[in-house]
Design a protein around this ligand. Sequence first.
Ligand SMILES: [Zn+2]
Length: 336
Amino acid sequence: MRGLLVIVLLCMSACDRAASTPDAREERTEPSASESASDESTPRASAGGDGTDTGDADRGEGDSDHDLRVDESPAAPEGSTVAATAARHGFSCRVPSIPIPRPRECVRGESYPACKWQMPAAPLSDGRYRRWRNTIVEHWWGRPSLVTFILASMAEFDRLHPDQVVAVGDLDAPGPRHQTHDRGVDVDLYVLGALLTENAGGGRYPSNYEGKSEEEVEALRVRVLDLAKVLAACANGAVRIYYNDEVVLERFHAWYDAQGFAPNPFGRPMQRHNSLHDFHFHVTIPEELPLHAMDPLPEGTEHPIARIEPPPPPGSAPNLSSRTRRPGEWAAVPRE
Ligand SMILES: [Zn+2]
C-alpha cells in the first residue's frame, strides 16, 4: 500500500505536472462575452431555484436509501441506482479499481465543499483518460459523485473506443477562467481529434472534419455521440452537455428521447453554446447524483488522503490563462 501511495503522490506532483504545459487559452479569441455570461448563468440560477425538481428528477425508483448523502463514505460501494439504470440503456457505469485522493474531511463524514475527491492521476488510469494540458491538479477536485461519474464514464467509453483519447479538463476551478466550475458539478471533456475543432494551442483552432471523407467524419461523430450517450446513461439522464455540432445534437436527442429518462432538470441534454464548445464538452450533473458503484481497491490498499490544495493566484500560475490578462479584462472574456 505504501508503494502505491508513493506512486500516487509522485505522479500527482511530478508526472501530471510535467504533462501540463503553458498554452494559449481557449477563451482568448472568443468574441461573444455576453452570450457566454447569460447562457451559463441562466441554467445555474434555475438549477438553484429548481432544487427540488433536480432532486426528484435524478432519483429514480428505489433510490430513497441513497438520499443526498453521496460524499461521506470513503468506500461507498453504492450508486446502484445509477449503475442499474445505465445498464438498461445499454451502458455500464462502474468505477474501476483506482485510488481516489480525498482529504480527511471526507473520512470524518463532512460533505462538499469540505469534502471533495480528486481525479486520480492519469498514469493510474490505464490509458482511460489523460489530463487536459491547461488543467492543473488543483483544478481537478469536485464532488465525489462528479469524480465517480467521470471515472465510470471514461471506463465505459474506453471499452467502446479504446483508441480514442479523452482529456479531462477542469472540475472545480472557480475564478476568472470560468463562469461555472464552482459547485463540484462541472467538468470539461476533450475528445481529441474527434470534435468539430481542436484547440491546438497558440491560438489555432483547426477543424477536425475539413478535408476528411464523409466516412471519416461519420466515424468521428460516432465517437462523440457515444460519449454523449455514456455520459447521459451514467447521469441517469440528468445531464447537460454544451457542444455545438447540430448533427450530433439531433442524433443524441433522438436517442435520449427514446430512453425514457425522468425529466431532465437541465432541459435539453445537449445545448449549443459559444464557440469554445466546438472543441470540448462542458458537462454538468445535478448536485444530488449518487455515487457510482466502485470496484474495490486491491487487498491492503486504501484511497490516499490528500489535502485539497488551493490553486495558485491567477496572476502567478504559468499555465493559467489569466497570466496574460489584467483582472479588469476578465469580464470581457467569455468563459467555459
Ligand atoms: Zn466548462
